[in-house]
Design a protein around this ligand. Structure first.
Ligand SMILES: [Zn+2]
Length: 413
């Protein structure tokens, strides 16, 4: 069976229709799926384009609105030998939204022209992550051709809103689409490196409330800025001790606690001779394996309570309004083995490994739905969100080959 599936995996990789893939990625990039509800622009057109592509390949996609005009696209394909009681499902995950192009005049080529120059496809969303989605669809097309009897199922979850609050993948999980999934490949731009780790994130708002007073009579009030300054000192120490405790993670680097916004007062005009009643602080916390979000938050609470205890009429409120746990996929899990073997079969090279510096939709598939995930896709890791975004066409084709061979290795029994 082993050599049979190796041969089939190799055939699937060789069957990638490069012309189909390049044209698909190019047309996809040409759809401006920047989310600007104020201008009526959403992922809708890009999502419909993907749904239409699935239909052309004989699938019956489900178009499921998450919010108005922002649909997830879910599509299944199974081989004729597939038996849901015995066989596995592999999910390919991607997002249709792209970040803003900024000032288009600063781009070398127009950001939604989808120009192909010297083996590179240029445009906003080319790397993050329309090339990855196109590669997964091209992999499906190759598998349909060489393995129509495959004893497994492939599910696509092409969702909205990854670049914001990730409501697309959250909705996908809420609606039960993750339940029968045995493993997922997140097609984000990671230079085709197998990423078994993703960094975690916590977003915390902190409000310091004291008593307003005239700057000439600070003793008449309670200064929230001084409390904030003590809090920041605590955080600096905490960050240092966490970095010393955990050291540098091989793929994720160090954990960080980064203050990103300070506003005093939080609303209205600041005035030089007025000590404000309130001060706002935003924290962007990035975590690595070995840290627990609840313990980090408890430590922040402890600092806040100590400052309150030392300062009359001072209250500090913390709001952990979003958290994305770090993820770690066991290197012995079947999807990792399948990818490692596919690397050698399809790309004739030893697998490369990496780590994801931020959270992805995969974070929620792992944390909420307990699905083993590997993030791997074409595109330079640092190119997303910059101007002149591009993807190397050869890298995109390699991703498609890798995906096709992986699906065979993972699903064929
Ligand atoms: Zn992305």
């Amino acid at each position: 069976m082993q050599s049979n599936s190796n041969l089939l995996a190799q055939k699937a990789a060789e069957a990638i229709d490069e012309e189909f893939l390049i044209s698909l990625a190019q047309k996809f990039v040409q759809i401006r799926s920047v989310v600007e509800p104020e201008h009526g622009n959403t992922e809708l057109e890009a999502a419909n384009f993907i749904a239409k592509t699935f239909k052309e390949l004989g699938l019956t996609p489900t178009i499921q609105e998450v919010t108005k005009n922002r649909p997830n696209i879910i599509a299944d394909w199974q081989g004729s030998d597939y038996d849901p009681k015995k066989h596995k499902t592999l999910m390919f995950e991607g997002h249709t939204d792209v970040v803003t192009e900024g000032d288009p005049s600063t781009w070398q080529y127009p950001p939604f022209a989808g120009k192909i120059i010297n083996g590179k496809l240029y445009g906003r969303g080319s790397a993050d992550m329309k090339a990855g989605i196109a590669a997964a669809i091209a992999a499906l097309k190759a598998i349909q051709q060489v393995a129509p009897e495959l004893s497994g199922r492939i599910r696509f979850g092409i969702v909205v809103d990854e670049e914001s609050m990730m409501i697309g993948i959250k909705d996908y999980i809420d609606k039960g689409w993750a339940e029968e999934v045995d493993a997922a490949i997140i097609a984000e731009p990671e230079e085709n490196e197998l990423c078994l780790f993703q960094k975690g994130a916590m977003r915390v708002n902190v409000m310091f409330t004291g008593v307003m007073s005239h700057g000439a009579m600070p003793y008449a009030g309670v200064n929230p800025i001084k409390a904030l300054s003590s809090f920041l000192e605590n955080l600096k120490e905490f960050e240092k001790s966490e970095q010393a405790r955990l050291g540098e993670h091989k793929y994720l680097g160090l954990p960080w606690i980064t203050p990103t916004i300070i506003k005093a007062p939080p609303d209205g005009e600041a005035q030089h001779n007025v000590m404000p009643a309130k001060t706002f602080l935003a924290l962007d916390i990035r975590t690595v394996p070995g840290q627990e979000h609840s313990a980090i938050f408890a430590q922040l609470e402890e600092y806040a309570r100590a400052i309150e205890a030392n300062t009359d009429k001072m209250t500090i409120e913390l709001d952990l309004f979003e958290q994305r746990p770090w993820t770690q996929t066991n290197e012995d899990s079947p999807i990792v083995n399948a990818l490692e073997q596919a690397y050698e079969i399809a790309l004739k090279q030893k697998p490369k490994y990496g780590g994801v510096p931020g959270a992805t939709d995969g974070t929620f598939l792992s944390a909420w739905a307990n699905i083993p995930i590997v993030t791997v896709g074409p595109g330079d890791r640092e190119i997303p969100h910059q101007k002149n975004e591009f993807v190397e066409i050869s890298e995109m084709i390699n991703a498609a080959k890798l995906y096709a061979a992986t699906a065979i290795k993972f699903l064929a029994s």
